[in-house]
Write a protein that binds this ligand. Structure first.
Ligand code: UDP
Length: 140
């Protein structure tokens, strides 16, 4: 399996509860290495652009409001099969359906405030990494 990269966001519900370290520890224990990280407060434009694919979904406006309700930590993660590895440790979108031991099962508050984002394909990982990071900010 090749070493690849994925994009992660520690969402406002997790930063608010001071869980940046707890989330990062779970990512690291799952075999992912943080090769870039920064704490930002997204603008509305930034959040709308990031979630543009969900524009027509009923939860879009609430999701954007939630994502700009506090700081987030955007990260680039590296590891073997990084996209899948990250999705596995994140758990299902709705924490009620997530497996025990996953970030969302252990830490998330609700289907919206579900603590983490993770890219769902290598192609989207590249787009999402480029959306937030300059190449020189990533130190592998
Ligand atoms: N979301 C929501 N309500 C829903 C489905 C999704 O608020 O019914 C939010 C949730 O924060 C989720 C994000 O929208 O993480 C993106 O949804 P997606 O289906 O891409 O889930 P993910 O890939 O994050 O598991």
């Amino acid at each position: 399996m090749a070493t690849t990269r994925t994009f992660s966001i520690i969402k406002p519900d997790a930063t608010r509860r001071n869980l940046t370290g707890a989330v990062t520890r779970m990512l690291e224990e799952a075999g992912l290495r943080v090769v870039a990280s920064k704490r930002i407060h997204m603008t509305k434009d930034q959040a709308e652009g990031f979630y543009a694919v969900h524009k027509e979904r009923p939860f879009f406006n609430d999701l954007v409001s939630f994502m700009i309700s506090g700081p987030v930590v955007v990260q680039v993660l590296e590891g073997e099969d990084a996209v899948k590895r990250n999705r596995d440790i994140m758990g299902a979108t709705n924490p009620e359906n997530a497996e025990p031991g996953t970030i969302r099962k252990e830490l998330a508050e609700s289907i919206e405030a579900n603590s983490v984002h993770g890219s769902d394909s290598d192609e989207n990982a590249k787009i999402e990494i480029d959306y937030f990071f300059k190449p020189e900010e990533i130190v592998g």
